[in-house]
Design a protein around this ligand. Structure first.
Ligand SMILES: NC(=O)c1ccc[n+]([C@@H]2O[C@H](COP(=O)([O-])OP(=O)(O)OC[C@H]3O[C@@H](n4cnc5c(N)ncnc54)[C@H](O)[C@@H]3O)[C@@H](O)[C@H]2O)c1
Ligand SMILES: O=c1ccn([C@@H]2O[C@H](COP(=O)(O)OP(=O)(O)O[C@H]3O[C@H](CO)[C@@H](O)[C@H](O)[C@H]3O)[C@@H](O)[C@H]2O)c(=O)[nH]1
Length: 327
């Protein structure tokens, strides 16, 4: 049995590929390297450079390897970019996922794990950690593009009972491999923790806080930051569960603790020992005020036990990876 990892040269995908290899899995990666890196793919994995919607390439992969599971990370990931260029997101995240799901069903692949997101919730009505059953109100084209894929998976799994999926709704993924092999490497990132680490190390002159008038304790947006290695491990648990006959599942992946933008910046300043310049700026379109996970379902259904629920550890690993990158 072999696992096909789309987007396995990217940030979360490359960490998951390393975890799969360490668990003794055979791994094939499909990645067009638009934001990923060939060097990030564990050497034991076989890399196909190409697009997830390339039917001929998918047929070649399916006929050359005994794929029983697809973990589908490939996609476009930046909320502000999705506001500026929504059709890119509906194409790369929704339309191309449809093509991949269709090919998987055609090839009788049984298990499909999908990278979904907390962005499907928008700002939850209640300030309590959000459950999977909460109403879904994405506030950006990115969130909508991911929700549409979840809906396709739900309907496809209903129509094809032999096809099962797990949609993991990631909260804000951060940090890097504690063994130092991979980390978040794409230049021009918009993610808060990555931008803050770049600023702390002098790669950017300053950082802007987008919005200080949100209905949150300090007026800045609140997010649930999860260490990338814990998230990678949740995928392995999802694969195990599906192989043992577990049916389709949607589960949050976060820690259940919210940090405001200012709290994150304080932590980066403390850990790095740098007092970098922070500018207060207007709100960024597409941002939800506050979203924090209730991850009980992932813990009970997947038997997922997070190991790195500690913002300082997340920041330390993110900083140590950032130091290895020249730009
Ligand atoms: N980073 C986060 O905080 C976060 C949170 C929630 C969900 N996600 C989801 O997790 C997944 C991985 O995100 P990431 O942060 O690792 O991003 P990333 O940009 O580092 O990785 C995406 C990978 O997919 C590849 N790719 C993109 N489009 C492709 C295509 N059409 N065909 C083949 N390969 C393609 C890229 O080259 C890259 O290697 C995404 O689907 C993203 O939406 C990320
Ligand atoms: O320079 C910056 C960058 C970000 N922020 C703020 O920090 C918060 C977090 O932003 P960011 O790190 O960009 O994450 P999100 O917009 O919450 O989206 C991330 O988290 C989602 C899950 O919650 C994923 O689906 C997305 O792929 C991923 O980009 C938001 O309030 C931003 O406005 C700033 O104030 N300044």
């Amino acid at each position: 049995m072999t696992v096909l990892v789309t987007g396995g040269a990217g940030y979360i995908g490359s960490h998951t590929v390393w975890s799969l290899i360490e668990a003794g899995e055979r791994v094939v990666v499909l990645d067009c390297l638009s934001t990923g890196f060939e060097w990030a793919v564990a050497p034991e994995a076989i890399l196909y450079k190409g697009d997830i919607a390339d039917q001929a390439l998918l047929n070649q992969i399916f006929s050359s390897h005994e794929i029983d599971t697809i973990i589908h990370f490939a996609g476009s990931v930046a909320v502000p970019e999705s506001v500026a260029n929504p059709l890119k997101y509906y194409e790369n995240n929704t339309a191309k996922s449809r093509a991949l799901i269709a090919a998987a069903i055609e090839a009788r692949i049984r298990n499909f794990v999908f990278s979904s997101t907390a962005a499907v919730y928008g700002t939850p009505v209640s300030s309590d950690p959000v459950l999977e059953t909460a109403e879904l109100h994405p506030e950006s084209p990115y969130g909508s593009s991911k929700l549409m894929t979840e809906i396709m998976l739900r309907d496809a799994a209903f129509a094809h009972p032999e096809f099962n999926y797990t949609a993991l709704r990631y909260f804000n993924v951060a940090g890097s491999d504690p063994k130092g092999r991979v980390g978040q490497s794409t230049a021009g990132a918009t993610h808060l923790l990555k931008v803050a680490c770049e600023t702390a190390l002098g790669k950017r002159a300053s950082l802007s806080v987008f919005g200080t008038d949100y209905p949150t304790p300090d007026g800045t947006c609140v997010r649930d930051y999860i260490h990338v290695s814990d998230l990678a491990n949740a995928h392995l648990k999802a694969v195990d569960r599906m192989r043992q006959g577990g049916d389709s599942l949607i589960a949050n992946c976060g820690y259940g603790t919210g940090y405001s933008v200012l709290e994150v910046l304080d932590c980066v300043k403390r850990v790095s020992g740098t007092d970098f310049t922070v500018n207060l700026a207007p709100r960024r379109p597409g941002d939800a005020a506050s979203v924090v996970a209730n991850a009980q379902k992932a813990m009970s259904e997947l038997d997922w036990i997070p190991q790195h629920n500690d913002l300082e550890f997340i920041v330390k690993t993110a900083l140590s990876w950032e130091r290895t990158l020249s730009v």
